[in-house]
Design a protein around this ligand. Structure first.
Ligand code: ATP
Ligand code: MG
Length: 217
């Protein structure tokens, strides 16, 4: 990315953060439509290390989640992945990641952090929220059931956030749903890319018995 930025081929970069346990079609459609709607030259997927909001359940090893994301984005020239967070020790916060990206990229590159509308609403309560608002703009994906009202956008802007709502085709799939399906022995075919499904099978992920009794939330 830094090389591409230096070559002048990068003016607006999307950052798609997530636990991606596992990555699914909802994530991919969201990133692709963010790219188009927000005029992003590229989108970098950044799987979290130890997610701040999910300390209540065990999360699949970062290297495996990263491998699934890599497999999922292969073939889209505008997509890439970063191991920045999975390689960082401790709990993950978006502000730390955005700061690292900000420092690695020329000041001319605009960074747009992509979130769901639901997550965008809580931005003022994220860690280092004052820093967050100056580090990046925020693309807020709205989909059926996850709208972002004009008033909410106004509130966020008053808090200093450059919020950019965009609509995403509603794909009602979540990682939790996929984990639950697998634990119940049900199919997840076409909900995740085939290459991701292969990694899930290879590592026998999310099967209750094979996963040390891990809670498939
Ligand atoms: P979990 O069910 O474990 O919470 P998840 O499916 O919500 O997982 P995350 O890794 O938590 O996935 O989400 C990463 C980002 O992708 C978040 O910004 C979230 O709002 C967005 N996202 C998740 N699912 C969808 C979807 N179906 N459509 C659009 N965006 C989504
Ligand atoms: Mg979630």
């Amino acid at each position: 990315l830094a090389a591409r930025a230096a070559a002048g081929g990068l003016t607006r970069l999307g950052v798609m953060g997530g636990t991606f346990d596992p990555v699914h079609l909802g994530h991919l459609v969201c990133a692709e439509q963010a790219r188009e709607a927000l005029g992003l030259d590229a989108v970098v997927f950044v799987p979290t290390g130890r997610p701040a909001f999910k300390q209540d359940r065990s999360v699949t090893d970062g290297a495996v989640r990263l491998a699934m994301v890599r497999a999922a984005v292969a073939g889209n020239d505008a997509f890439c992945t970063s191991a920045l967070e999975v390689e960082r020790a401790g709990i993950t916060y978006a502000a730390d990641t955005l700061e690292e990206l900000r420092e690695a990229l020329p000041a001319t590159v605009e960074i747009v952090f992509i979130t769901g509308a639901d997550a965008a609403l809580s931005l003022p309560r994220w860690r280092r929220s004052d820093d967050l608002s100056r580090l990046a703009a925020f693309g807020a994906a709205t989909r059926p059931g996850f709208a972002l009202g004009a008033e909410a956008v106004e509130n966020l802007r008053r808090c200093g956030f450059d919020v950019r709502p965009f609509a995403v085709t509603g794909i009602d799939v979540s990682s939790s749903d996929i984990r639950r399906r697998i634990a119940a022995g049900r199919t997840v075919r076409y909900l995740v890319p085939e290459a991701v499904r292969a990694i899930i099978e290879e590592h026998q992920l999310y099967r209750k018995e094979a996963d040390g009794g891990r809670l498939a939330q």
